[in-house]
Design a protein around this ligand. Structure first.
Ligand code: FES
Length: 159
């Protein structure tokens, strides 16, 4: 079947079968490199995408559910200032991200940084339940996200 969806700000048209998963279509047909299907069971979070701004495991999602939706992957954010800020804050905090968790952690971070209204510390910490990463300290992650939100808030108010 033919489906169309918005992928990282561009219209994407693909031909899929009824048994394909979203991760398969995104990686094989759409050239998305940030996703890896480590467990394919909804356990690791290496396949996280944002569907209409909400985190979804693309390994558990049938591809046809992408139809007519807005999908964002980490690639969408990598050139944004907020992404660089988050990356450098996490490095400063000593939370070097392992390559397998990088996608999920950065995607959660960008989702939170863009949230309106700004998330609470509790919401930031609970977002990590989507990513099963042993290398990041949840408090470091929350500190980094809150610092950037505060920094951006101040920058936006300046004339
Ligand atoms: S590949 Fe592990 S949650 Fe999707």
């Amino acid at each position: 079947m033919n489906i169309e969806f918005d992928l990282n700000g561009r219209v994407q048209k693909v031909v899929i079968t009824s048994v394909e998963r979203a991760i398969d279509v995104l990686t094989r047909q759409c050239g998305i490199k940030s996703l890896s299907g480590t467990c394919l069971e909804g356990l690791c979070g290496t396949c996280l995408i944002l569907l209409e701004g909400k985190p979804v495991y693309s390994c558990l999602m049938p591809a046809f559910m992408l139809r007519d939706h807005r999908v964002e992957t980490t690639e969408y954010f990598t050139k944004m200032r907020e992404y660089s800020l988050l990356n450098s804050e996490l490095t400063k905090e000593g939370s070097a991200l392992c390559s397998s968790c990088h996608n999920g952690i950065m995607l959660m971070g960008m989702m939170l940084i863009r949230s309106v209204p700004a998330p609470t510390r509790g919401e930031i910490l609970s977002s990590l339940s989507n990513v099963h990463c042993d290398s990041i300290d949840p408090d470091d992650f929350a500190d980094a996200v809150l610092k950037i939100i505060q920094h951006l808030g101040i920058a936006r108010k300046m004339p």
